[in-house]
Design a protein. Structure first.
Length: 499
C-alpha cells in the first residue's frame, strides 16, 4: 500500500523550486552539482512545509522534462534524498516525501509556564493575553447573581445552558447566518469541541486534511486520537489557502474531516478571502468531507475600516458540510474555558449524546459569565480592549525584531495573535532549545507541521509589549548568534537548513 496522501505535479514543483532564493556564495565557492542543487531544493521545500510530508513526487522522466535537465540528474537527486531520509520509494507506487527516521517533533514551547517561572524567562510559548479587566470581574459577579436558580438543579447541561445557546445562535443570525439554538452546543473550550467532533466523525486511522502549518495543539490532539493527518500547504505569505492544492487533496485523499482556520490563521496570521471560503466549502461538499472551521481568532481584527469576509458557515447555513467551532479563550481570556459548536441539529444531537461518556457538560458558572458579557454589551467592550492590546503588542514586537534580527522574515497580519517567522536559515528547534538558556521561550516551527516540517521557522505571539518586547528580541538575537556559532545544544537537527 502506498504511503503518500497527496501528490504534486512537475510544473507546480518546478515553480516552487524556482521561487527559492539561492544561498549567497562566498568568494571562490564552487557551485554544487546539478543533482545536489535539486536535492537541496526539494529538501528545503519539505523542511519549510511548502511541500508537505507524504506528498508523491513526479516520476523522474516527467520532472526532468519540466526542469529541462537530464533524467540522470533527477534520479541522482532522488537517490540522495532517499539516503538522507527525505524520500521513500516503492516499486509501482512511486516516491514520496518524508523526514529522517527517528527525528522527534520538539516537545517544548506551547505548554504554559508556571507563574513562578515568569520572572526569569520571557514566555513567548502561548498565544494568550491577561484577562481584560474590569470585564472578567464584572462577568463573574454577574454570573454569581444569576446562579441561585441553577444551583437548585443537578447542574448538568450536556448541550449547554439554554440561555447561552440562544444568545450564541442570535449572534450568528445577526451576522446574516440564520441559526437556531438547536444548532449550538456549548463545550469546554475549543479543544473540547474539536475533540468531540473528531470522535464523532473520524475513526482510528481515518484521514483528516489539515493546513500546513496548523495549530500545534490540534495536530497533537488528532495524532493522539489515531487520525492520519494529510497536510495541505498554505499559500505564500498572508494569501490564505491554495485552493488548487485543497481541491487535489480532497479529491485524491478523500479525507473524512478537514480542519481549517480561516480568520487570522494560527500560526501564520493569514485571512482567507470570501471567494476562497466559498470555493473550499464547495470542494468539501463535493468530496463528502466535513469541514471543521475554527473561529477562535475571528473577532481579533485590527483594522476597523476593513470589512471582514463572511464567515465560512455563511456558505453552508444548514451546517450539513461546515461544522463551526468558536471560543471565548482568544477573544476574551484563556482562563474562560467556554467554547461552542455550530452545526446541523442532528449533528448537535449526536455530539450531545456522546457527552455522557466524556465530560457530561461545561461548568455552569463560566457559562453564566459569558452569557452576562453577551447580554450586557460587555463582550464588545472587552473584545475592543483586547484588540487594542494585541495591536500594540504586535507593533512593538515587529519593531524590535526588525531592529535586532533584520535577516528574519515575516509578514505582518492585520489580526490574530501570532507572527510566523522564517529565522534566517537557522533551525527553529535549535533556537527553541538555546532560547531557554538565554531567557526566552519560543515554540519551533516543526510543532506546527506534520512529521517535522517547518524546521526553519518559529512562532512568536503578540503577548508582550514595550521594554519586554525589546528584551525578548535581544534574547532571541543572542540565541541566534549561539546557534550560528555552533553552540546550540545537541541533537541531530542541522544547524542551518542548507548544509
Amino acid at each position: 500500500m502506498a504511503q503518500w496522501t497527496s501528490a504534486i505535479g512537475s510544473a507546480q514543483l518546478g515553480r516552487l523550486l524556482t521561487s527559492q532564493q539561492p544561498r549567497p556564495a562566498g568568494p571562490g565557492t564552487r557551485r554544487p552539482p546539478a543533482y545536489r542543487a535539486l536535492a537541496d531544493g526539494i529538501r528545503l521545500l519539505v523542511l519549510e512545509g511548502r511541500v508537505p510530508v507524504a506528498t508523491r513526487l513526479p516520476a523522474e522522466r516527467e520532472l526532468a522534462q519540466a526542469l529541462s535537465v537530464s533524467r540522470t540528474t533527477v534520479a541522482a537527486a532522488y537517490e540522495a534524498l532517499r539516503g538522507e531520509g527525505f524520500l521513500e520509494s516503492r516499486r509501482g507506487a512511486g516516491s514520496w516525501t518524508a523526514v529522517p527516521a527517528g527525528k522527534p517533533l520538539p516537545a517544548r514551547g506551547l505548554e504554559p509556564l508556571p507563574p513562578e517561572a515568569l520572572g526569569s524567562i520571557i514566555d513567548l510559548g502561548t498565544a494568550a493575553l491577561p484577562a481584560p479587566e474590569p470585564w472578567l470581574t464584572r462577568a463573574v459577579q454577574g454570573a454569581l447573581e444569576e446562579l441561585p436558580p441553577y444551583a437548585h438543579t443537578h447542574g448538568d447541561y450536556p448541550a449547554g445552558l439554554p440561555a447561552l445557546r440562544t444568545m450564541i445562535a442570535e449572534r450568528y443570525t445577526a451576522h446574516g447566518i440564520p441559526t437556531m439554538p438547536e444548532q449550538i452546543m456549548v463545550t469546554t473550550g475549543a479543544m473540547g469541541a474539536i475533540d468531540a467532533i473528531c470522535h464523532l466523525f473520524a475513526g482510528h486511522g481515518e484521514r483528516v486534511a489539515v493546513e500546513s502549518p496548523s495549530y500545534a495543539n490540534i495536530l497533537q490532539l488528532m495524532r493522539e486520537a489515531g487520525l492520519r493527518l494529510v497536510p495541505v500547504a498554505m499559500a505564500d505569505g498572508l494569501a490564505g489557502w491554495d485552493l488548487d492544492r485543497w481541491r487535489q487533496v480532497l479529491r485524491d485523499a478523500a479525507p473524512r474531516l478537514a480542519y481549517v482556520v480561516a480568520d487570522f490563521h494560527n500560526p501564520t496570521g493569514a485571512l482567507a478571502d470570501e471567494e476562497q471560503r466559498r470555493s473550499l466549502v464547495d470542494a468539501a461538499r463535493s468530496a463528502g468531507t466535513v469541514l471543521v472551521v475554527d473561529e477562535t481568532m475571528t473577532e481579533l481584527h485590527f483594522d476597523r475600516d476593513r470589512e471582514m469576509p463572511r464567515r465560512v458557515c455563511a456558505f453552508d447555513p444548514a451546517g450539513s458540510t461546515v461544522v463551526t467551532v468558536g471560543s471565548a479563550s482568544k477573544a476574551f481570556w484563556a482562563g474562560m474555558r467556554i467554547g461552542w459548536v455550530r452545526a446541523a441539529p442532528d449533528v448537535i444531537r449526536s455530539l450531545v449524546a456522546a457527552r455522557a461518556y466524556a465530560d457530561l457538560g461545561t461548568p455552569v458558572l463560566e457559562q453564566l459569565a459569558v452569557n452576562w458579557l453577551l447580554n450586557t454589551g460587555g463582550w464588545e467592550e472587552a473584545v475592543e480592549l483586547r484588540r487594542g492590546q494585541a495591536r500594540e503588542n504586535r507593533d512593538a514586537l515587529v519593531a524590535a525584531l526588525r531592529r535586532e534580527l533584520p535577516a528574519w522574515e515575516f509578514d505582518v497580519p492585520d489580526g490574530g495573535l501570532t507572527l510566523w517567522v522564517k529565522a534566517g536559515g537557522l533551525s527553529g528547534s535549535r533556537l527553541a532549545e538555546v532560547g531557554e538558556r538565554v531567557g526566552v521561550r519560543v515554540p519551533s516551527g516543526p510543532r506546527f507541521g506534520v512529521d517535522g516540517a517547518f524546521e526553519g521557522y518559529v512562532r512568536l505571539p503578540f503577548t508582550v509589549s514595550g521594554a519586554v518586547a525589546d528584551e525578548a528580541a535581544v534574547r532571541l538575537a543572542a540565541a541566534a548568534r549561539l546557534v550560528t556559532d555552533g553552540q546550540g545544544a545537541g541533537g541531530d537537527v542541522p544547524r542551518t537548513l542548507i548544509a
